[in-house]
Write a protein that binds this ligand. Structure first.
Ligand code: GDP
Length: 428
């Protein structure tokens, strides 16, 4: 196994940087950095001067060595804290490479942790999600999976499915007259409960995504309605050009804001109107695509259809008398009237969209497997309802287990592993 090295903190000048080394050459490399090496003990940080090849000290810092298997990667691992100067970091990495280490790939430390059974694949995904999360609530949800909560819950669901399979298989071996009374009903009830749990997890995935990646909120409506004024107001800065001339905003402008802890990617779009101008038309096409993909649309206009991810806004309430119905909220973007109420409504709608899950999913891969597992449970339920052969029901239950296994399994295929770990940053 190679020994790998990387800087685990962002590139650039800072108070401190941390260089990580993992693999069999870790200890000897750490010894080679010092003139009078201290004896290396597990998790006992010590101050050391770092010597260059010419014998001069180029920095000093704290080194902590974790001896495998009691380390993040499961191998000997060192964390070298040095002063946060890219030249020092670069020198440490160059010395490690000259010593026979190589540069780590993105996510390679966590990949090694996975390969050495320190974490399962769902925990590794939680690491990636925790690093990229855009809100504190998102990190709180995700953090649970770092300790293996998802793995534990998935394995308890699996156990319950296995117990139903056991019950059905027992009944397969006996004659039809001796079938346990109410067998179909009892099994159906158990499976239904499990299916509902998976359903909830999928709904919760939406919430985790909103909290980690940010909700996609699009401001749309006719030209001159006050969309850019609202966009600027929510951003609390002059970002979009406001003008009485219709068709001023032609491209989609976006920025991230935070309302009550929820990260929101706010988008200002081109106003919708009939136009012969090609550039404006392209802008309007983009608007329609954005609206279709939005988690929530702040629409300047009257309620037309019952889209539950739309907030229908009446603007310019400072100069126009609002009608009694047809709108969710009446505001004045120019005067900042009812904006607090609008923010509350935005959060309410986004939260309604997503229940707090008991099973927190942090990746699309996990959600896809939960979806497949749920589909198989639905097929099994249908089989029990139609009283088809028990063998087929058992088969469906088994495929539901196979999908659950993929969430945490130890033998994930290399291509799936590569796609998971390539999204990590270097040094993690
Ligand atoms: P957009 O085309 O929908 O983005 O509209 P803008 O934000 O550019 O606004 C068009 C015009 O309406 C500008 O002159 C704004 O100052 C004005 N406007 C926007 N909101 C309000 C409001 O709440 N009250 C009043 N009186 N004028 C507003």
């Amino acid at each position: 196994m190679d020994t790998v090295v990387a800087c685990s903190t962002p590139f650039g000048s800072s108070a401190l940087s941390v260089v990580r080394v993992s693999g069999p050459k870790t200890k000897s490399f750490i010894l080679s950095l010092q003139k009078k090496p201290k004896k290396i003990k597990h998790n006992s940080p010590f101050l050391a001067s770092f010597f260059d090849e010419d014998g001069a000290v180029f920095d000093e810092g704290i080194i902590n060595v974790f001896l495998g298997p009691s380390s993040y990667t499961g191998e000997d691992l060192a964390e070298i804290s040095c002063h946060g100067n890219p030249i020092i970091v670069d020198r440490l990495i160059s010395l490690a490479c000259a010593f026979g280490c190589r540069l780590a790939e993105p996510g390679e430390f966590t990949k090694r942790a996975y390969l050495n059974d320190k974490v399962d694949i769902s925990q590794a995904e939680a690491v990636a999600s925790l690093i990229s999360s855009r809100s504190l609530d998102g990190t709180k949800l995700t953090y649970k999976n770092l300790g293996g909560e998802l793995s534990a819950k998935v394995s308890s669901i699996k156990k319950e499915i296995i117990s139903v399979v056991g019950e059905l298989e027992f009944n397969l071996d006996i004659s039809e007259e001796d079938l346990q009374p109410n067998l179909f009903k009892v099994c159906s009830q158990k499976i239904l409960l499990l299916k509902d749990g998976l359903d909830l997890a999928l709904k919760g995935y939406k919430k985790t995504n909103l909290l980690n990646l940010g909700a996609n909120v699009v401001i749309a409506g006719p030209t001159n309605a006050g969309k850019s004024t609202l966009f600027n107001l929510l951003l609390e800065e002059e970002r979009a050009i406001i003008s009485k001339t219709p068709g001023t905003t032609r491209d989609v402008l976006q920025d991230t804001i935070n309302i009550e802890g929820m990260p929101i990617v706010l988008k200002d779009t081109a106003g919708i109107r009939k136009t012969k101008n090609k550039i404006e038309k392209a802008g309007i096409n983009k608007t329609e695509k954005e609206m279709a993909a939005a988690d929530l649309v702040l629409f300047f206009g009257k309620k037309q259809k019952t889209e539950n991810n739309y907030i229908y806004i009446f603007n310019k309430a400072d100069i126009k008398a609002p009608p009694s119905s047809g709108y969710d909220i009446k505001i004045s973007a120019l005067k900042g009237k009812n904006i607090k109420k609008l923010k509350k409504l935005i959060i309410k709608r986004l939260s309604k969209e997503a229940a707090t899950p008991s099973l927190v999913l942090t990746s699309k891969r996990q959600a896809e497997n939960i979806f497949l597992s749920k589909k198989s449970l639905e097929k099994a339920l249908e089989g029990l309802f139609l009283e088809t052969s028990l063998e087929l029901v058992v088969e469906d239950l088994n495929s539901s287990i196979v999908s659950l296994d993929k969430i945490t399994e130890k033998t994930t295929k290399e291509d799936i592993l590569s796609s998971i770990f390539s999204s990590f940053c270097v040094g993690k």
